[in-house]
Design a protein around this ligand. Structure first.
Ligand code: SF4
Length: 297
C-alpha cells in the first residue's frame, strides 16, 4: 500500500557524487515550481493511504524558499514531512540553526543528512555533523545516512573467489560509471530478483519535477501531469509493465534475457545488471525509462 511520496524537488546538486543514483549535479535539469508541488499534494490527498511527503533531490536546500513553502503546504494538508539533504549549508552551528529554525517551526518529522566520505572528505566536523547537532538543539527528529565506498576482498569463508564489501552503494546511476573499478563480476544468472524494491506493491514512490512517478530511479509507471496519481496507482499492473514485469518474474536476469541484452561481461550486483540493461533499452521504452539524465545521457 502506497504511504509516501518522495519529491525530487530538484535534480540539481552542488556535488557530483560518484554513488548518486540520479546522476545529479550542478548542470542537471529539472526543478519543481510551487504550483507543481501544490498540484501534486492535492493529487496525493486523493490517495487515502498516503500519509507522508519527503522532499529530497538533488539537493532541496538549493531552492530554500521553495523547500520551506513546500514543507509548510504538505504539513498544512496533514502529511508527515521528511527532508533529505547533504547539509552543504551548515557552515557553522549558528548558521545551521538559522537554516533549520523554519523547518522546526513547521514541525518536520524527519531530517535525514548524508554523512559519508563521498560528501564530506577531510574535514574535522563535517557540515553533516554540524547540521545534526543543530537539528537536535531545535528538536527536529534527525538521522544520518552513511554510504561506505565499495571494495573487494578475498573471500575468507572458504567459498573461494572475491566478494564486494562496503556494500551500501547500489550500482545504479553514476555509481555504474564511476565505482565499478575492478570489483569482481558474477554471471548474470545470479541476479534473479530485485532485493531492494517492493515492485509488486510499492510503499513509496518518487515524483520528479517533470511529473514522472518512479518505482526505482529511472523506472517510470506514469506521469501525474497527464494522469492523476490515483488513476496511476489504481491502474498499476506491474506484471504488464515492459520493464517491471520481467523484473518481477525473474529479476534483472530475466530483463536481460527477454530483451537480448549482452550479458557476456558479468555483473557486480543486481542493480548493476538491471541498470545496464535498462540503459540499453531507453530508446525502445522512452515512456518508461526516463528521464535520460538519470541514465547519464
Ligand atoms: S534491481 Fe533494479 S529495480 Fe531493483 S533496486 Fe536495483 S536497479 Fe532498482
Amino acid at each position: 500500500m502506497l504511504t509516501g511520496v518522495h519529491f525530487l524537488l530538484t535534480y540539481k546538486c552542488i556535488f557530483e557524487c560518484d554513488h548518486c543514483f540520479l546522476y545529479s549535479g550542478p548542470s542537471a535539469e529539472g526543478t519543481f515550481t510551487i504550483e507543481n508541488v501544490r498540484q501534486a499534494l492535492r493529487q496525493m490527498k486523493n490517495v487515502v493511504s498516503i500519509n507522508s511527503a519527503y522532499f529530497e533531490g538533488g539537493e532541496p536546500f538549493l531552492y530554500y524558499p521553495l523547500l520551506i513553502e513546500s514543507a509548510r503546504l504538505a504539513k498544512s494538508m496533514g502529511f508527515d514531512v521528511g527532508i533529505v539533504s547533504n547539509a552543504y549549508w551548515a557552515t557553522t552551528f549558528e548558521d545551521a540553526l538559522i537554516w533549520l529554525a523554519p523547518l522546526a517551526d513547521i514541525g518536520v518529522a524527519d531530517l535525514s543528512i548524508s554523512d559519508d566520505s563521498f560528501h564530506h572528505e577531510g574535514v574535522d566536523e563535517s557540515p553533516a555533523k554540524i547540521a545534526l547537532r543543530a537539528a537536535r538543539k531545535l528538536g527536529i527528529p534527525s538521522d544520518s545516512i552513511c554510504i561506505e565506498a565499495p571494495k573487494s576482498v578475498d573471500e575468507s569463508a572458504g567459498l573461494g573467489g572475491k566478494m564486494v564489501v562496503g556494500g551500501d552503494v547500489l550500482f545504479k546511476g553514476r555509481a555504474v560509471d564511476k565505482l565499478l573499478g575492478d570489483l569482481p563480476r558474477l554471471k548474470y544468472t545470479n541476479f534473479r530478483d530485485c532485493p531492494h524494491e517492493n515492485l509488486k506493491s510499492p510503499e513509496r514512490v518518487h515524483l520528479d519535477p517533470f511529473g514522472n512517478i518512479h518505482i526505482c530511479q529511472g523506472i517510470v509507471i506514469g506521469n501525474i501531469n497527464m494522469i492523476p496519481l490515483k488513476e496511476i496507482m489504481n491502474g498499476y499492473h506491474p506484471e504488464m509493465h515492459p520493464i517491471i514485469g520481467p523484473l518481477m518474474s525473474g529479476g534483472p536476469a530475466e530483463l536481460a534475457r527477454k530483451y537480448g541484452f549482452d550479458i557476456s561481461g558479468g555483473f557486480v550486483s543486481h542493480c548493476h545488471l538491471c541498470f545496464e540493461a535498462r540503459r540499453a533499452l531507453m530508446d525502445e521504452f522512452p515512456e518508461y525509462l526516463t528521464p535520460k539524465q538519470v541514465y547519464g545521457r
